[in-house]
Design a protein around this ligand. Structure first.
Ligand code: DAH
Length: 346
């Protein structure tokens, strides 16, 4: 074989070498590099073909040099293959770790403040509005005696109005000490008596709280619910003051587009008595509660001289107001403590 032919072989080895090296350098991933490796190992690969042609070189020295050239190229290509595969393994491993990793850094949620139940919200707003009208807030016990819940409110034991209050008794009603019979208050009206007994007139008070009746729960009733009571005792208080306060309260609490009206009614503890309704312009009248001029017997039970002082009282339910305001379908939903329900009103 001439040196011409050897030189030609050298150029072919060089071409095969640079082709293989650039293929390795441009391979997109480890699998592609492996594929190049196995293609190069194939008997018909460029270098292997050249290798198998070595036997045709007559000159021993030239054959040896050509063989060495091919081997060196093959080794260089092999190193490039290994190195490239190793690089890809590192990259792929890093990607795998990043993908499978679990972030164990603690997620610190911002401090969330609690918030009041919608009935509490309504109660607090009612208090605010009445405080704005010059009233003070008073509270009384939920466990009451027959005297405060009924008798002092002009409902002696035989009074037919008692049957309207489905009372839950703590102890059996006893004829011997009927006035001291212990029960769960059926309305907030007994707090009127307690306020009259302890405060000096003039009295301008609202008394919110929980009340109890033997009612089976349904969409509009609960055996435990809330009322707010109002009481004004002063000199020369008339029915006009009552109507004025109800109207002022209606506008302050529900908005200026609301108005109120009084309808004649009956309550044992007021005379005359009325029920009051509210209405938005063009809306329907919504019944809200009861009111009236405090009955002289009630003033006397509270230790107040009916010849010196007169007054008015009113009372209404808070739960139903909150229910209407927030369009709650079923009043029982307000007491199941389902957070999904409660969080709507945060
Ligand atoms: N206590 C009455 C009830 O629970 C509501 C009520 C009516 C309260 C008239 C009053 C009033 O103060 O004057 O049904």
């Amino acid at each position: 074989m001439s040196s011409e032919a050897t030189f030609d072989l050298g150029a072919q080895v060089e071409a095969a070498r640079s082709l293989a090296l650039s293929a390795i350098a441009n391979a997109p991933d480890a699998a592609a590099v492996s594929k190049i490796g196995s293609d190069l190992a194939n008997k018909k690969s460029a270098l292997n073909t050249l290798r198998s042609g070595l036997g045709k070189i007559q000159d021993q020295e030239a054959r040896k040099m050509a063989g060495q050239l091919i081997n060196e190229s093959a080794q260089e290509i092999d190193r490039a293959l290994q190195q490239r595969i190793a690089e890809f393994l590192i990259i792929e491993r890093a990607a795998q770790v990043a993908g499978e990793g679990i972030d164990l850094t603690e997620f610190v949620s911002p401090n969330r403040r609690g918030y009041s139940h919608i009935v509490t919200q309504a109660m607090e707003r009612l208090e605010d509005v009445f405080i704005g009208l010059g009233f003070q807030v008073a509270e009384g016990p939920e466990v009451e005696t027959d005297f405060y819940n009924f008798e002092a409110l002009n409902m002696p034991r035989t009074h037919p109005a008692r049957s309207e209050f489905d009372t839950m008794f703590i102890e059996p009603f006893s004829v011997e000490h009927e006035a001291n019979t212990v029960l769960l208050r059926t309305h907030t009206s007994p707090v009127q008596i307690r306020v009259m007994q302890t405060w000096e007139p003039p009295i301008y008070a609202v008394m919110p709280g929980r009340v109890f009746r033997r009612d089976t729960p349904d969409a509009t009733h609960m055996p435990v619910f809330h009322q707010i009571e109002g009481l004004v005792i002063d000199r020369d208080i008339t029915f006009a003051h009552l109507a004025g306060i109800i109207e002022s309260f209606t506008k302050a609490f529900f908005g200026n587009e609301f108005t109120s009206r009084l309808r004649p009614s009956f309550f044992p503890f007021t005379e005359p008595s009325a029920e009051f309704d509210i209405k938005r312009h063009n809306g329907d009248w919504i019944e809200l509660g009861g009111c009236g001029m405090v009955h002289p017997n009630v003033l006397r039970a509270g230790g107040i001289d009916p010849d010196v002082f007169t007054g008015f009282a009113f009372g209404f339910g808070i739960d139903r107001m909150a229910k209407e305001r927030h369009n709650v379908e079923d009043i029982r939903e307000m007491y199941t403590n389902d957070l999904r329900f409660l969080r709507q009103f945060s």
